[in-house]
Write a protein that binds this ligand. Sequence first.
Ligand code: ZN
Length: 273
Amino acid sequence: MFPDDFLDRILGSSTTVTTATGSPTKSLGSGSSTFPDAECLQDMSIDALADLIEDDSISSAFSGVAAPEVASLLFHDAVQRRLLLMGSQRQLRKPKILGFIEWDRECIEELKLLAAEHDACIHTNIAEFFKPELKEVIEQLRLRPSLALEVLGPIVKAGNAVRGCARCVVHSTGKNMFKMCHLKVAKRHVAGTSCTAHSSQGNQLGALDETILYFLAWCGLRIHLQEADVTQENVSGFPTGPLLVRMLGHLYFIEACDLDPTEFGQLDRTHTR
Ligand SMILES: [Zn+2]
């Protein structure tokens, strides 16, 4: 649960309930963004904020134990409590959690709890979304990943590399042990794509590392689903232009933000983008 003064910190303590729905005065970088930045939030009424988060839906990839989804639920809870405290009768609909892509076994066990509550899917291997006809190409590129961006990149960008379904561990039960579930289009998608090749403490191989295959699969899924708002988190050394803009710049306005957790009150300092 967020601390009681959480909304005070981002909205200001003088927030009042209004009957007008209002709208954000500016959006985050592009017209396609659905969420405003913190400065903008301070100009919003609690009702306008409630309108913004009502009917939210979210999916994630490589996000471990569902931090983006839990943050959305906690934020929803904080706004709901504020509405009640201010005398509003409004009951907000909870954010819908649509699905996870995650391969860490321990994380998957945690995710199953949320997945059961929201009837969400869990896909455990993003490479399973590559089209079956590319199987040999993918296997060859695993042996020579330095060629992946040149060989597979154009196929991904043309929308021909991935399909929208793969085996889901939530709905594979009993007689149907290999249930193929389709990904659903969320309003927001959040992902922490692999950072090991880009981190100063990693192997420093960048786009030449095998993990580029998983990044390309993730890009292919964005091209396939085209969520309105996508957040991708990585280390500050992640090459936004050569990778993200190259693969998704034709569909999305892309803004890179360098973040430091100390700006949000955390004690540890790590730089992420
Ligand atoms: Zn499923």
